[in-house]
Write a protein that binds this ligand. Structure first.
Ligand SMILES: [Fe+2]
Length: 340
């Protein structure tokens, strides 16, 4: 039996990029322009999106399918030249959604991509339970380690979810889909993706061994702390930051603060952050670009950028996706969808 905990991969493909043809973009866009969002019958809406996306060429569908399915697949996939809304209103200043948005091409793209790799889901604690999140700079949150920030480097992290069990890794999205509606005026904003498979290769063995031990307490996400804990820290139980086989490790790194227990853990955390920086891929998302991220294989970050809060700012939409929902069923809204 091969011991995957000790085998380092020789080379690993962690980032892929694919451009959709103009013809495919226009055909997909034509079907999406008619839709509005939010919709009354979400299941029917997702079904029609699935039908629309099934018409994409097989090579594109295969790439997206592999990304969602395989352990060895890249942790980030950038898709370029996807359809955009014919008219885009001002970027909402309050964290969205925009009441001025008349078409739902972007929402259709985000949710259609979700349907190709898993199950889109929403959390009551994130963006008031919306399925599609607007990610825009908000003046009050400019310096925070959250999706509202702009003035500060948003440190390498994955999106975690507070859970009463205390480990904060159970209800997390398996994937995050980002779609760019509007780029920041100066084109300064860079999104980074660092894959744990290549990051761990940079680490001395003693550091990796420390990172595998439960020596780190993670703070709950900024949105949870702000809305449900009056801004006070809500720390996890001590957890490891790296888990699983070396050729497919899972990384956990909270954006809103990680408290190391002891000096060796503090040093290991810094070394891990340096390793993430050194292996990171850089992406400047432009309108029509989607970035699909595996939220367990790697961590992401965002550079600082200028925000003007005048409607011209950077505007992304985001959706969380899981392989399955059964294992977090205690969180489910049990109103029967068939009875709506
Ligand atoms: Fe994030």
């Amino acid at each position: 039996v091969k011991d995957n905990f000790r085998v380092m991969p020789e080379s690993v493909d962690t980032f892929r990029e694919l451009t959709v043809s103009d013809q495919s973009r226009d055909e997909l866009g034509a079907g999406l322009t008619e839709c509005k969002f939010p919709v009354e019958d979400l299941d029917l809406y997702l079904t029609t999106l699935r039908q629309a996306f099934a018409k994409l060429p097989p090579d594109v569908l295969r790439e997206i399918g592999c990304f969602g399915r395989h352990v060895a697949a890249p942790g980030a996939l950038r898709l370029r030249n996807l359809p955009t809304d014919p008219v885009l209103p001002l970027t909402p200043a309050d964290g969205g959604p925009s009441p001025e948005k008349r078409t739902a091409v972007s929402e259709g793209v985000v949710l259609g991509l979700c349907e190709l790799i898993g199950l889109p889901f929403a959390l009551h604690t994130e963006k008031e339970g919306s399925l599609v999140h607007d990610v825009v700079p908000v003046a009050a949150g400019a310096a925070t380690q959250t999706n509202q920030g702009s003035k500060v480097f948003l440190t390498f992290h994955n999106d975690i979810v507070f859970d009463a069990e205390g480990t904060y890794d159970r209800a997390n999205p398996d994937f995050i889909i980002l779609f760019c509606l509007r780029q920041d005026r100066g084109g300064e904003a860079v999104t980074y993706y660092a894959d744990a498979r290549t990051a761990v290769q940079q680490l001395p063995e003693a550091v990796l061994s420390t990172l595998r031990q439960p020596l780190f307490r993670q703070n709950a996400p900024g949105s949870y702390v702000r809305n449900f804990a009056a801004g006070e820290k809500v720390l996890s139980d001590p957890v490891a930051l790296i888990a699983g086989p070396l050729n497919a490790p899972e990384i956990r790194l909270a954006a809103n603060g990680v408290e190391p227990l002891g000096s060796a853990a503090a040093e290991a955390l810094e070394t891990l952050r340096d390793a993430c920086r050194s292996v990171a891929h850089q992406v400047r998302l432009a309108p029509g670009d989607a970035l699909l991220l595996n939220n367990r294989k790697g961590v992401h970050a965002r550079s600082a950028f200028s925000a003007h809060h005048d409607g011209s700012d950077r505007w992304l939409q985001r959706c969380y996706v899981r392989h399955e929902l059964w294992s977090i069923r205690e969180r489910a809204d049990l109103r029967d969808p068939w009875l709506h």
